[in-house]
Design a protein around this ligand. Structure first.
Ligand code: SF4
Length: 486
């Protein structure tokens, strides 16, 4: 771990910085908020001002800011609300926060990728997606601050120098293949530059979490085995996650990934010897096939075959889809032990209501059995929604679009599909919305309600959070129309 803890930063918010500073302009950090009675407040800073430099050094991003503003006295360059530039000395007590909150994390524009990955998801999207979703960033600062994976194919010597000097580590590496020719075929002609940079950074002590996007017939089988052996020989590569190719219907190159049980099991079997060796030698599993492989390999028997929590260590690859199912299942079990599942069932039963919970088809083999084998069976009903907007093999909840969710709910409400109407709850997990409360296809909750013809409610994604929310919703929604008429 480097000197700066990674932050949970929304990728879309980071992407907005693309227009923050034109090429050749000095970077400047837009002040979004100022903490009352902080040094920033005392010096007269207000939201809308810009910070341009610390002790004469430009502030390119949040990493620079933390690096440069570590002392308790600094000369701060700024642009005020009138557009006037100046420099002011700021002082703080030891340990005191300066009181600035900045817009975004990168102040000189997000570095964009210069690769041509055969499997790039961004190139498989429909034409009219909003620009923040099609931004092809490849920025080592976002890798460190927001956990994105980068290739290092666009790194300049001064970037390398900076990473080493500021100890910007660990970083997240898009590895895909160690074989130079395979890697070139997969990501384009700058592939080797990225590997050369990687080797130099490893030699300088920078550490990496690596990701392999596994593409059938491109980097699976022997290529994967060689890639894992290559990575394992470099201890600075702390761990590797393997994620299956995701493809949409808006392209014509791919028509399969690792969605059948045999293909997924073959990948998992190949990884096992590396895991055994790593466990013996390094005390961790080191190589992690993403949850999709387990889901696809075991199907309805998933819960019996899911690795225990210890398998995932500190769940450091959680955001990459490694250990999410285990985490969800353990949270559900904890909710059961705490009596939450029973209380939620009792609340729904007493109110004579059902709660339909929208989810991606990738949750079918764990969410389904967890509900069906307990007191919520028939009361909390998972509504597994096909992702027609993207098509292909896209089936996770987080990529569900408003149109598909609304249509699934509308279809469910046909008189021949459900017995009661007017009192049931239709629940949408919060993860399908961004910070601006719209889905990937730019629908708000209200838009979805109009399309579905029914009120919907947004709830959390973990049982320990959404079960109390359901109990609360049932309490607030009053009696069903049937009960009122009795
Ligand atoms: S590096 Fe990422 S954004 Fe760039 S082409 Fe490859 S997959 Fe797409």
């Amino acid at each position: 771990m480097g000197i700066y803890p990674p932050e949970d930063i929304d990728r879309e918010a980071a992407a907005k910085q693309r227009g923050g500073c034109g090429r050749g302009e000095a970077p400047r950090a837009l002040v979004r908020a100022v903490a009352p009675e902080s040094p920033a407040d005392d010096a007269g800073f207000e939201p809308g001002c810009y910070v341009t430099a610390v002790d004469g050094c430009p502030v390119r991003d949040v990493i620079d800011w933390r690096w440069l503003a570590a002392d308790d006295v600094m000369e701060l360059g700024y642009v005020d609300l009138d557009g006037d530039e100046g420099v002011v000395e700021l002082e703080r007590e030891p340990g005191e926060d300066w009181g600035f909150e900045f817009e975004g994390v990168v102040f000189d524009g997000v570095r964009q990728c210069r690769n041509a990955c055969t499997f790039c998801f961004m190139r498989q999207l429909p034409d009219d997606m909003r620009s923040s979703l099609t931004l092809r960033d490849d920025d080592f600062r976002l890798s460190f601050l927001a956990g994105t994976f980068v290739t290092f194919t666009n790194l300049k010597p001064e970037d390398e120098q900076r990473i080493v000097e500021q100890r910007i580590s660990p970083l997240r590496l898009s590895l895909h293949a160690a074989d130079p020719e395979v890697r070139r075929r997969m990501i384009g002609r700058h592939a080797q530059h990225g590997i050369d940079v990687l080797e130099r950074l490893l030699a300088a002590g920078i550490e990496f979490h690596a990701q392999i996007v596994l593409v059938p017939d491109q980097n699976d089988g022997d290529v994967l085995e060689d890639t894992l052996a290559w990575a394992y020989a470099r201890p600075g590569i702390l761990d590797v996650c393997i994620v299956p190719l995701g493809f949409t219907k808006h392209q014509s190159v791919f028509d399969r990934s690792f969605n059948n049980p045999e293909a997924s099991r073959a990948v998992m079997d190949l990884v096992v010897p590396f895991q055994r060796r790593a466990l013996a030698e390094r005390g961790s599993m080191w190589a992690f096939p993403a949850d999709e492989f387990y889901h696809n390999a075991y199907g309805p028997a998933l819960l019996k075959n899911l690795p225990p929590a210890e398998h995932y260590g500190d769940f450091g690859m959680f955001e990459d889809g490694v250990g999410i199912i285990r985490s969800f299942v353990d949270d559900w079990r904890a909710a059961e032990r705490a009596g939450l599942v029973e209380r939620c069932a009792a609340a729904l039963r007493a109110a004579d209501r059902r709660a339909y919970y929208v989810a991606g088809c990738a949750t079918r083999h764990f969410l389904g059995p967890l509900i069906e084998n307990g007191p919520l069976n028939g009361l909390l009903v998972p509504l597994f929604v096909e992702n027609d907007f993207f098509g292909g093999n896209v089936d996770v909840t987080g990529l569900l679009c408003g149109c598909d969710m609304a249509d699934a709910v509308r279809e469910l409400r046909r008189p021949d599909r459900i017995a009661t109407d007017g009192g049931d709850l239709f629940l949408v997990p919060r993860v399908v919305f961004n910070d601006n409360a719209v889905t990937l296809d730019d629908m708000s909750l209200e838009d979805m309600e109009k399309r579905a013809g029914v009120r919907m409610s947004v709830v959390s994604c973990n049982a320990s959070d959404y079960l109390p929310e359901i109990i609360d919703l049932v309490g607030r929604s009053g009696p069903t129309p049937d009960q009122t008429n009795q």
